[in-house]
Design a protein around this ligand. Structure first.
Ligand code: GYE
Length: 321
């Protein structure tokens, strides 16, 4: 997937003094040091993503400095600044929201430290601020969710009342999954999104917001949740309200982590759009290339599928996360 054009004389792994001690970047041990600023630990997806990154770094012999921003942009910016101060060889991060990164990315660029975006995008106009972006096409994921719904209600004319649990406000997956879904369902006026609110990608918030949705809206036909965790929280709220998830209210989610797939196999979720968290190995390959100064593709897409209950049953025994 990657084109590997070697740029001679471009940035190497070494240069400048090493203030971070023997483990720091630019050490003479030939080992690459990566600073990774993770979003947090908000979901099953994130847990699997963190594990993939840590395991892949160890397997690739890359020295990983890892930080958890607890879903706060200011914490991520602090972590990136500390990686710059430590003169790591490469910085990778999954931006919690899309906006507001130009200043810190410029600081990394000025320090000649290459940056790789993983999982989520930034809206910076200046694409020279990062080397590459590896992750899913979230608009496509939203479209797949919408397409399933259109098929499911084909030939029916009654209004379909939809509630939506959005991911973290301002994050690329929340923006794009909403847009992709909206784009597909707007072709048919019977689909009505009657409520749409953030559940911050967590189970607890998903449950809380779904409780409010249920109280305010007597007729909900469909729940579209931007990730499995919020869907799983919502299932608890639906059951507590005496309704059957998957039957009284149809549920579509995104991710396909094990807990989501288990609920899908049990018929409590009706359809899941896969979003793979296993970005570690590709990230480490890209890191080695950019540290060597090789040119890499600006966008590396993750391959993904979708699951029905039957497909979830078949896939579950081998599911890694
Ligand atoms: O879908 C969600 C997580 O950015 C793709 O973040 C990721 C999303 C994922 O919290 O579960």
């Amino acid at each position: 997937m990657l084109s590997g054009l070697l740029v001679l004389g471009a940035m190497g792994a070494c240069g400048g003094e090493n203030e971070a001690g023997s483990n720091g970047g630019n050490a003479d041990d030939g080992k690459i040091t990566m600073g990774f600023a993770q979003v947090g630990a908000e979901s099953g997806w994130r847990t699997a993503n963190t594990k993939s990154i840590q395991e892949a770094a160890a397997a690739a012999g890359i020295d990983l400095k890892f930080s958890d921003a607890q879903q706060k942009q200011e914490n991520q910016i602090k972590a990136i600044r500390s990686y710059i101060a430590q003169k790591v060889d490469v910085i990778a991060f999954s931006p919690v929201v899309e906006s507001g990164w130009d200043t810190v990315l410029k600081e990394a660029k000025d320090a000649k430290i290459p940056v790789i975006l993983t999982d989520r995008a930034v809206d910076s106009k200046d694409t020279s601020l990062y080397k590459t972006f590896i992750g899913s096409d979230f608009v496509l994921e939203g479209k797949k969710a919408g397409e399933w719904l259109v098929k499911e209600y084909q030939g029916k004319t009654d209004t379909v009342n939809i509630v939506e649990l959005q991911g973290t406000t301002g994050s690329a997956p929340a923006n794009d999954r909403k847009a992709g879904f909206g784009d597909v369902i707007k072709a048919d006026p019977k689909f009505k999104v009657i409520a749409s609110q953030t559940g911050d990608f967590t189970r607890a918030k998903g449950k809380e917001v779904m409780e409010a949705f249920l109280k305010a809206n007597p007729k909900i036909d469909v729940l579209y949740a931007h990730n499995d965790d919020m869907g799983l929280g919502a299932i608890e709220a639906i059951e507590a309200a005496g309704k059957k998830p998957g039957v009284d209210i149809k549920i579509i989610t995104v991710d396909a982590v094990k807990d989501g797939m288990t609920a899908l196999a049990a018929g409590k979720i009706n359809f899941i759009v896969e979003c793979s968290p296993l970005l570690g190995p590709q990230l480490m390959d890209l890191a080695k290339k950019v540290v060597k100064g090789e040119t890499v593709e600006q966008r590396v897409l993750t391959e993904e599928t979708t699951f029905t209950p039957e497909q979830a049953k078949a896939a579950l025994p081998d599911r890694k996360y």
